[in-house]
Design a protein around this ligand. Structure first.
Ligand code: ZN
Length: 558
């Protein structure tokens, strides 16, 4: 494993606050992984930003009555604030519309042209007489040819999920004016000749033996079907202009410039302080490991299109080392939907409960191998069991005892015996397995390890019963309490990638200095001397009552 790890999360689209599903399927797991690797002492850079080009932003800006640049700036700020409140530890959260991304996108494009991977083709596209313009992607709406839904958009039907081409829509009309006076006209566009890179991409993909089957099967499936050349331009004003004489009024398709933004975001991060060089993270010989987190709908772009862009350009930019793809979080039996405001959105989630509740449930139930069904009832049961009865109860139980029986100071007397030796062995096994799962990005399994650690601490404390031994053997009780306190400290550090805010509260209640390194030897941590002052923190996780789930379900359209 490289000591330098570059972590990226799929760029959230700029318009609107995202829902829990968006968080669960890329940003949160990326943050948990980045935090774990920092604990391991690795040099981590975690970059992300809003994806700002394309027709949805233009249309939403028009609806809001704002210039699109101004609209995007406001939406970016709102999203950045939400991620701060969710304790997402981005090193840089920027924007795909930045000057750095414009420059780099144009530069890579010109290299692709020089290397013969760009071809001009003439397409027939819908033209609106009333609007006096072409209607790409979402600028045209109509009936879905698959399910008949009348609100299908030129790029996709939200009802059945099928990707569409504007020409496929039945009874198309302009999303701008509603006009049905549409005709098809010829327009020139540029294509990325992915087909010419198929063999190279296949050879590269064959080396990715540690990727999840979900990602590999999607990517190989697309290669087996024969990789289609991709149109990378649009007749739009908002986007990265095509740097070619005679191509005024055309910009790159949002999916061409969005992945390039990962590199541009790193350039921006590097430019913000002296001594940083983006090449240290992106050069092929830099020894960095690039790990990208994304939903399964983005696999084609990250596993094929972006690598094709890099390979075709011949630029010294590294290809992804590991893609971690996620399935969907479903809202009950249906889908979370931004356009239909169905499900809990991140601002609402934070109004209901602090961030760690959401971080825990969504990580412990990450949609890794298959879809995860979210319901308020499942959420409440999971949080009550794991957080209120697990970590919360352990913290309160141990620290209350120190407070009342040892005057708020971790006792120093007493020597560890057999029970402590057994505890250390078990804790070591759990911590080792937990680290392996985090390293391999098996987040559900890593959370199982954390849960096992909390339960181990609780069982040890119950079995050693210091409230019984304190009357007859105060040294024995002291040793139990100190060891349990040390286990709590270890558990807090190990859980901090998932529960950063809560774990800081526990560590602060424990007083004294605490290492912020991953506990490689549980035995060592458990033997730490006492003497430091501690206190009982305010209740970490109150139990959610049964009416909480039904109330939330009714308010968010279950
Ligand atoms: Zn449909």
């Amino acid at each position: 494993m490289s000591d330098r790890i570059l972590v990226t999360s799929a760029l959230p689209y700029v318009n609107g606050i995202k829902h829990l599903g968006n968080l669960a399927g890329s940003i949160l797991p990326a943050d948990v992984y980045a935090r774990f690797q920092r604990l391991r002492g690795r040099d981590v850079l975690f970059v992300c930003g809003t994806d700002e080009h394309g027709t949805p932003a233009e249309l939403a800006a028009q609806e809001a009555g704002l210039p699109v640049a101004e609209y995007c700036a406001l939406q970016h700020a709102a999203q950045a604030d939400i991620y701060r409140r969710l304790h997402i530890s981005f090193d840089h959260f920027g924007r795909s519309s930045s000057p750095a991304n414009h420059a780099l996108t144009q530069q890579l494009f010109l290299r692709l042209v020089a290397n013969g991977f760009i071809e001009e083709r003439v397409l027939r596209q819908l033209w609106s007489r009333v609007d006096n313009r072409f209607l790409p992607d979402r600028y045209v709406v109509g009936s879905c040819p698959h399910c008949g839904d009348t609100a299908a958009r030129g790029d996709q039907c939200d009802n059945c999920g099928n990707l569409l081409d504007p020409a496929e829509l039945i009874a198309p009309r302009s999303a701008l004016s509603g006009s049905t006076a549409l005709e098809t006209r010829e327009t020139r566009h540029l294509f990325l000749l992915q087909s010419k890179l198929t063999d190279q991409l296949r050879r590269w993909l064959d080396t990715k033996t540690d990727w999840d089957p979900l990602v590999l099967s999607l990517a190989r499936g697309l290669l087996d079907q024969g990789l289609r050349d991709r149109c990378i331009t649009r007749d739009l004003a908002w986007g990265v202009p095509v740097p070619k004489p005679g191509w005024d009024g055309k910009v790159f398709y949002v999916w061409f410039d969005a992945p390039i933004a990962y590199v541009a975001l790193t350039q921006e991060w590097a430019a913000a302080a002296p001594g940083r060089d983006w090449r240290d993270w992106w050069r092929t010989g830099s020894g960095t490991r690039l790990v990208q987190f994304l939903g399964k709908d983005n696999v084609a772009f990250h596993a094929l299109t972006f690598p094709a862009t890099i390979l075709g350009s011949g630029a010294d930019i590294r290809l992804v080392d590991r893609i971690k793809g996620f399935s969907w979080l479903t809202w009950g039996e249906g889908k979370f939907s931004t356009s239909r405001a169905r499900g809990i959105f991140l601002d609402a989630a934070l109004d209901e409960l602090p961030s760690d509740w959401w971080r825990w449930w969504l990580t412990a139930n990450a949609p890794e191998a298959s879809d995860t069904r979210f319901t308020p009832a499942l959420f409440a049961t999971g949080c009550n069991g794991d957080l209120a009865d697990g970590l919360g109860n352990l913290t309160r139980r141990v620290l209350s005892f120190v407070a009342t029986r040892f005057d708020c100071r971790v006792p120093e007397q007493g020597n560890p015996g057999e029970a402590e030796a057994r505890l250390a062995l078990e804790a070591d096994a759990i911590i080792t397995a937990c680290a392996e799962h985090f390293e391999a990005i098996r987040l559900r399994r890593a959370c199982e390890g954390l849960r096992a650690l909390w339960s181990l601490g609780d069982r040890y404390f119950a079995a050693e019963a210091p409230w019984a031994t304190i009357g007859t053997d105060r040294d024995r009780a002291a040793c139990t309490v100190r060891t349990a306190t040390n286990l709590l400290r270890l558990a807090a550090v190990a859980a901090s990638p998932v529960l950063p805010h809560t774990c800081e509260r526990i560590i602060s209640a424990l007083g004294g200095a605490t290492s912020r390194s991953w506990p490689t030897s549980a035995a060592e941590w458990l033997r730490a001397p006492g003497g430091s002052p501690c206190r009982v923190p305010d209740l970490l996780f109150p139990r959610l009552p049964p009416e909480w789930a039904s109330d939330v379900a009714s308010r968010y359209g279950s």
